[in-house]
Design a protein around this ligand. Structure first.
Ligand code: F0G
Length: 444
């Protein structure tokens, strides 16, 4: 695709290094200094921003494969692919934004909206980045791909690898991922390895394996993944009539999404697609909050990993996030903040999101809990225009939801049990198979 005639390279983000590499190189970090890499463009847009906005929108009426994707529809803003006919897509993206009045009231806001990434083909935001990641894997001639995962990356990678006819190796922490996610990786035919360790152990191992074998790494350290995840924000701005909200809230785990959102906003502002920056609010679970600790620390030179991260929001049970330097940059670009929330707050917020008829997985609900805290502390004004990103579908983790509503949810670590109360629990009712008994029980 030559829509932009852009010069594209991989660039080290470290200001003291800035080394550049060809996009055809199979590297995941700067070979000179170890820094993270960006896909960098010398954007030469084929049309002005007003015309491009019309073009993006008109593609929604097209049945061409690339136009049906809510990622490739914005291809001029991620122009690293030469031949779009080779894009591996499942018609991802184009997810809805919902008004959520119950959640708004709960957070203390006049109005709150959710962009629901759980409506993607494999039920999480990862599909936005997997279409670009696997497409790059194809361009590089990779035969096999791999990732470490808390469940969603692996589900998505397994699906897209299957579409591309590639082998997929998935490394997950044993017994620590939600069943919905595990079932997807198995069904899509990936080779699933349950590591006796946590996500950070799996991440370290898969990086070493990618250096020593010819598997192509598809964790969010891979900059081509993040190019696709930019589309979450581009689509959101389009849905807002290109008027940025005051705040965008999202959960923070490995911090790939935070990094992608920052890059998207920075590029869109620089290119003139938006005229003001929204602020990012990154929310972490209390037991896995190294980025929150970094945010409140005066010394931002090094992130201190959490050795034993713990949260029932298993998607974000991560102690050593690989993309923290890019995430710090995203905070700097957007005047962003980081908040942390308790297990109880996540559980209650999730039930409230359900009451709006929306629903999400636990990690996603941290956004509502975090926004509620930020409103209470005066960081977010009650009249602010806030969009929270729900990263995964309710059906990813049914055991969590059932445990909450039957008041059996508890964080169990090292023999200790920390119960979570079902403040908004909705217990099922047992009744005999008799019409009279049902009428009595339900007071009909
Ligand atoms: N929400 C959900 C549902 C996730 O699955 C993840 C990450 C996050 C939030 C955090 O996003 O890592 O970009 O900061 N899941 C990864 C995985 C780690 O392997 O599925 P992040």
């Amino acid at each position: 695709m030559n829509a932009n005639d852009s010069t594209t390279s991989l660039g080290c983000i470290e200001a003291t290094c800035k080394a550049r590499y060809a996009i055809g190189e199979r590297i995941y970090a700067c070979s000179r200094c170890g820094g993270l890499l960006d896909v960098q463009y010398d954007f030469k847009l084929a049309a002005n921003t007003a015309d491009l906005k019309v073009m993006f929108r008109n593609r929604r009426a097209s049945d061409a494969t690339a136009d049906l994707s809510g990622v490739w529809r914005f291809r001029e803003l991620l122009p690293f692919v030469n031949d779009l006919s080779k894009a591996v897509t499942l018609a991802e993206g184009n997810t809805p934004i919902y008004e959520a009045p119950q959640s708004a009231a709960y957070a203390g806001l006049d109005q709150l909206r959710f962009k629901h990434q759980g409506m993607n083909p494999t039920g999480s935001f990862k599909d936005n980045g997997m279409t670009t990641g696997i497409t790059q894997a194809v361009a590089l001639g990779a035969q096999a791909v791999a990732c470490a995962s808390t469940g969603n990356t692996s589900a998505s990678m397994a699906a897209y690898a299957a579409r591309a006819g590639m082998r997929a190796f998935v490394f997950i922490p044993a017994d620590q991922i939600a069943y919905g996610k595990l079932s997807q990786s198995l069904e899509y035919g990936a080779r699933v390895v349950e590591i006796e360790g946590n996500f950070d152990d799996a991440m370290r191992l898969v990086r070493e394996l990618a250096d020593e074998t010819d598997i192509y790494l598809l964790n969010s350290i891979n900059p081509f993944r993040l190019e696709g995840q930019k589309a979450i924000i581009i689509a959101m701005m389009e849905q807002c009539g290109w008027r940025a909200p005051d705040w965008i809230a999202l959960p923070g785990g490995n911090l790939g999404n935070t990094s992608a959102f920052g890059k998207a906003l920075h590029e869109m502002k620089t290119l003139g697609f938006i005229d003001r920056m929204p602020r990012l609010a990154v929310i972490q679970a209390e037991g896995a909050a190294p980025f929150y600790e970094l945010f409140v620390s005066p010394d931002k030179s090094a992130l201190r990993p959490v050795a034993h991260p713990s949260t029932l929001a298993t998607a974000i049970r991560i102690g050593n996030p690989v993309s923290w330097t890019k995430a710090l940059r995203a905070l700097a670009w957007t005047d962003g903040v980081v908040e942390r929330v308790t297990e109880q707050e996540i559980a209650d917020a999730k039930a409230i999101i359900g009451r709006d008829g929306i629903g999400c997985e636990p990690a996603s609900a941290s956004t509502l809990a975090g926004v509620r805290r930020l409103v209470a502390s005066g960081v977010v004004d009650s009249s602010a225009n806030v969009i929270a990103v729900l990263t995964g579908n309710l059906l990813k983790d049914p055991s969590y939801t059932i445990s909450y509503h039957t008041e059996k949810l508890a964080l169990e670590e090292d023999g200790a049990r920390d119960p979570i109360s079902g403040r908004f629990a909705n217990r099922p009712i047992r009744a005999g198979a008799s019409k009279e008994e049902i009428k009595r029980t339900l007071k009909l």
